[in-house]
Ligand binder design. Structure first.
Ligand SMILES: Cc1cc2nc3c(=O)[nH]c(=O)nc-3n(C[C@H](O)[C@H](O)[C@H](O)COP(=O)(O)O)c2cc1C
Length: 371
C-alpha cells in the first residue's frame, strides 16, 4: 500500500532520501544464474550521476554501488538482491532556510498535506536522488533482458525547450551516438542529432544564466523484445510502461508509438500492415510502437516522455510559508537547469524494469501445457 515497490514477478522496493545516509533497492524475483557484479551497475549510475557536466547539478556523488545480497560467485542466486548507494555530498545547510517555505512546483506542500511533517532537506523522498536506486535495479533488468534474448533499451533526448531533434529511425540510434558527439567530445545533452545537441546546450546555458530552467522530451526505444510480453487487461504493457515513466519525478506526459499525432489520422493511415519476414510476422511500419492489445508484438517498443522545466530556480519567486504568510524564495541548493540529460538513464531503467517483470511473468505463466 505505501507505494515503494514496483513490479510483480521482478519486483523492486526502494528506500532512501536525498539527504539521508543512502538509498537502497531490493530486487526480488531475479532469476538465478545471471552473471552480475557492481561493474554491471556503474555505467548507468555514472550516466545518472550529478556533477557529470556543467549542464547538471553540481552535487558531487561517487554513486559507488554495494551489492549486499543475492549474488554468489559472480551470479545471482534467485534470492533478493540488495544494492546500497551511499549519499556522500549532502550539504543540508543549503536547504535550512526553506524548511518553512513551499518551493513552487515542488512536493513540499503535498508532503505537509499528506504527512503533516516532512524531510525538507533537498526534497527528501520526493527528490530525484531516489532514482539512483531505480537506476541500479534497472541495470540488473537490462542485463537480464540482454542475456535472456538480446533485448536493449536506449533512451535519448529529442527536445529541449523549442529545439527539436531530427531522429528518423529510433532503432538506428546507438548508445555511442547518445553519449559521444561525432568529434569525440561528450554529448552533454544525450541528443543523437549533433546539430540539435549543440543548440540544446546553448539554450540550457542561456536559461541558466537567466536564473531559469527549461523542459523537454526524451524518447526510449526497446529492441529485440520478443512478442508476447504483457497482460491483456489491467497489466497491459502500455499501462505498466506508462506508470513506470509517470512514477519518475517531473514527468508531464507519456506517449507510445505515434502517440497523440495518431488522433488526427484516419484508420487507413494509422494501421500498420502485417507482412511475413522469414519465419515470423512483422509490420511494415511501426506506428503502434511495438504494443497491440497491451502485449508486445516483437516490433521495437518506442515511448516518449515530456519532462517539465526544473522547479528550483535561483531567481526570486513568490510563495507562502507553512502558515500561509506571503513571502519569496530563491533556491540556493544545487540543481539541474534542465532535467533531460540525467532523465535518460532513469527512463531507460524504468522501461527495462517493466520488460524484465513481464519477461519473468511470461516464463512462469504463459507456456501452453502439454507434451
Ligand atoms: C533528473 C532529475 C533531476 C531533478 N532535479 C531537480 C532539481 O534539481 N530541482 C528541482 O526543482 N527539481 C528537480 N527534479 C524534479 C523534482 O524532483 C520534481 O519535479 C518534484 O519532486 C515534484 O514532482 P513532480 O514534478 O513529479 O510533480 C528532478 C527530476 C529529475 C528527473
Amino acid at each position: 500500500m505505501p507505494g515503494s515497490s514496483f513490479g510483480e514477478a521482478f519486483r523492486i522496493t526502494t528506500a532512501g532520501e536525498s539527504h539521508g545516509p543512502g538509498n537502497v533497492v531490493i530486487i526480488d524475483g531475479c532469476p538465478p544464474g545471471l552473471p552480475l557484479s557492481t561493474e554491471d551497475l556503474v555505467s548507468d549510475l555514472g550516466r545518472r550521476r550529478p556533477g557529470q557536466s556543467r549542464l547538471v547539478t553540481q552535487r558531487k556523488e561517487a554513486d559507488a554501488p554495494e551489492i549486499l545480497s543475492g549474488v554468489f560467485e559472480g551470479k545471482t542466486t534467485g534470492t533478493p538482491i540488495a544494492i546500497l548507494v551511499r549519499n556522500v555530498d549532502q550539504r543540508s545547510r543549503d536547504y535550512s532556510d526553506i524548511s518553512d517555505k513551499y518551493r513552487p512546483g515542488h512536493a513540499d506542500k503535498s508532503f505537509d498535506d499528506k504527512y503533516g511533517f516532512r524531510d525538507y532537506r533537498g526534497g527528501g523522498r520526493a527528490s530525484a536522488r531516489e532514482t539512483v536506486a531505480r537506476v541500479a535495479a534497472g541495470a540488473v533488468a537490462k542485463k537480464l533482458l540482454r542475456t535472456a534474448f538480446g533485448g536493449r533499451v536506449t533512451g535519448y533526448v529529442i527536445q529541449v525547450g523549442d529545439v527539436v531533434a531530427t531522429v528518423d529511425d529510433p532503432v538506428a540510434v546507438t548508445e555511442a551516438a547518445v553519449e559521444t558527439l561525432p568529434d569525440g567530445e561528450p554529448n552533454l545533452v544525450r541528443c543523437p542529432d549533433p546539430l540539435a545537441a549543440q543548440k540544446m546546450v546553448e539554450l540550457i546555458d542561456a536559461v541558466r544564466k537567466d536564473q531559469d530552467s527549461v523542459g523537454g522530451v526524451a524518447e526510449i526505444c526497446a529492441t529485440g523484445i520478443p512478442a508476447g510480453l504483457g497482460e491483456p487487461v489491467f497489466d497491459k504493457l502500455k499501462a505498466d510502461l506508462g506508470k513506470a515513466l509517470f512514477s519518475l519525478p517531473a514527468v508531464l506526459g507519456v506517449e507510445y508509438g505515434i502517440g497523440f499525432r495518431g488522433a488526427s489520422l484516419r484508420g487507413s493511415e494509422n494501421n500498420d500492415i502485417f507482412v511475413p519476414e522469414g519465419d515470423r510476422v512483422v509490420t511494415e511500419t511501426n506506428r503502434h510502437g511495438g504494443i497491440l492489445g497491451g502485449i508486445s508484438t516483437g516490433m521495437p517498443i518506442v515511448l516518449r516522455a515530456a519532462v517539465k522545466p526544473t522547479s528550483s530556480l535561483s531567481r526570486e519567486q513568490r510563495t507562502v510559508t507553512r502558515s500561509g504568510e506571503v513571502t519569496t524564495i530563491q533556491t540556493k541548493g544545487r540543481h539541474d537547469p534542465c532535467l533531460l540529460p540525467r532523465f535518460v538513464p532513469m527512463a531507460e531503467a524504468m522501461v527495462a524494469l517493466v520488460l524484465a517483470d513481464h519477461y519473468v511473468r511470461w516464463i512462469g505463466q504463459s507456456r501452453t501445457l502439454g507434451p
